[in-house]
Design a protein around this ligand. Structure first.
Ligand code: FO1
Ligand code: CA
Length: 308
C-alpha cells in the first residue's frame, strides 16, 4: 500500500513530515513543487524541496517558516556590505545546501539524484522527489508584467495584484522518474495533497506533462487538506490571491479548484460550517484540527488523511 503526497513549502512540508512519521519509507513518495526554484548568485535554489527536507530532518525553523533553525547570517552580511543581491536571504547553514546542490547539478547529476543524495546525507529515509528534473517555473502576471515567482513573493512581498499564473518551461516537461513510477504503482492506495497553496504550489505539480491525466485515470482516492483556516490563509498570499482571481476565500474555492480530481477534503474545525455545503455537492469531508503547531498534531492530521 503506497501513498503519494504532493507538497509545496511550509504548510505542505509539515504534513509531509507527519506522513513520514507514521508511514515507513517504502510506503511513501513525497513529490515536491519546483516551480519556486530559481538561479541566484549562480546557485540553484529549490525552496520547497528544502522546506520539506529541513522539516523531515528536524532542521526547519518553525518561526520563520522557511530555512534552517539556529541559522546565522554572516555570509549575507558580507553580501550586503558588498552591495550584492540583498533581497533574498540566504542563511549560512542554508547556503551549504545550495552550494552542495548547485555543485552536484553542475557535475551532471539530475535534480532527483542530487535530492536523493542530499536528503540521505541528512538522515532522511523517505523519498523526497522533485516534480520534474527539468525546470518548470512559476511566474505571476501583475501590473508590472510577468514576474518570476521569487521576485513576486520575496522582492515584491506579493504586493502587486495578480491577474494570472503560468508555469514556464519546455512544453511536455516530464515528471521525474520517481514521480512517474509512483503514479503508475499498482499498490498506490491514496494521493494526499498537502495544505499548500493550490495555485502557486500544487498547480505547478499538476501542470507537469501527463500528471493531471494520470491522477484522473487512477481509481485511487485523492485527499486534500485545505490550506484555509477560519476562512483565511494561515500563511502566505493565498487569501489575497483568491480575491484577485475572483474567488471567495472559502473551502468552496479550494474544492472547485481541484474539481473532479478531489474525492475528500479535510477542513479545519474553524470552518465546520462549510461542511454541509461541500457534502451537498457530493464531496466527502472531514472536520479536524489542521493547524500543525507541533509534531503531535502533524502526525494526527497525517493519520486522519490516511484514514480518509
Ligand atoms: N522567503 C522570504 O519571504 N524571504 C526570503 O528572504 C526567503 C529566503 C529563502 C531562502 C531559502 C529558501 O529555501 C527559502 C527562502 N524563502 C524566503 C522562502 C521561499 O521564498 C519560498 O518560495 C516560500 O516559502 C514559498 O514556498
Ligand atoms: Ca479520483
Amino acid at each position: 500500500k503506497h501513498v503519494l503526497a504532493l507538497s509545496g513549502g511550509v504548510g505542505g512540508a509539515k504534513l509531509a513530515a507527519g506522513l513520514a512519521a507514521v508511514l515507513p519509507p517504502e510506503d511513501l513518495t513525497i513529490v515536491v513543487n519546483t516551480g519556486d526554484d530559481f538561479e541566484h548568485l549562480d546557485l540553484t535554489i529549490c525552496p520547497d524541496i528544502d522546506s520539506v527536507t529541513y522539516a523531515l530532518a528536524g532542521l526547519n525553523d518553525t518561526e520563520r517558516g522557511w530555512g534552517v533553525k539556529d541559522e546565522t547570517w554572516q555570509a549575507m552580511a558580507m553580501l550586503k556590505a558588498l552591495g550584492e543581491a540583498d533581497w533574498f536571504n540566504l542563511g549560512d547553514r542554508d547556503l551549504g545546501m545550495h552550494l552542495a546542490r548547485s555543485w552536484r547539478l553542475r557535475t551532471g547529476e539530475s535534480l532527483s539524484d542530487v535530492t536523493a543524495r542530499l536528503t540521505r546525507a541528512l538522515g532522511i529515509a523517505h523519498a523526497i522527489v522533485p516534480m520534474s528534473d527539468a525546470p518548470l517555473r512559476t511566474q505571476v502576471c501583475t501590473s508590472e508584467g510577468w514576474l518570476d515567482f521569487q521576485r513576486y513573493f520575496v522582492a515584491e512581498q506579493c504586493r502587486p495584484v495578480a491577474t494570472g499564473i503560468r508555469f514556464e518551461g519546455v512544453p511536455g516537461t516530464m515528471p521525474s522518474p520517481a514521480f512517474a513510477a509512483a503514479l503508475a504503482r499498482e499498490d498506490l492506495a491514496a494521493i494526499v495533497v498537502c495544505p499548500s497553496n493550490p495555485y502557486l504550489s500544487v498547480d505547478p505539480i499538476l501542470s507537469v506533462d501527463g500528471v493531471r491525466e494520470a491522477l484522473e485515470a487512477r481509481k485511487v482516492p485523492l485527499v486534500a487538506v485545505s490550506p484555509l483556516v477560519g476562512g483565511a490563509a494561515l500563511k502566505g498570499p493565498l487569501a489575497k490571491l483568491l480575491g484577485e482571481l475572483g474567488q471567495p476565500v472559502s473551502n468552496r474555492a479550494i474544492a472547485d479548484h481541484y474539481g473532479d480530481l478531489l474525492d475528500h477534503l479535510i477542513i479545519d474545525e474553524a470552518d465546520a460550517a462549510d461542511a454541509e455545503g461541500l457534502r451537498a455537492s457530493g464531496l466527502s469531508v472531514t472536520i479536524t484540527e489542521t493547524v500543525m503547531c507541533d509534531a503531535e498534531v502533524r502526525e494526527r492530521l497525517a493519520r486522519v488523511a490516511l484514514s480518509a
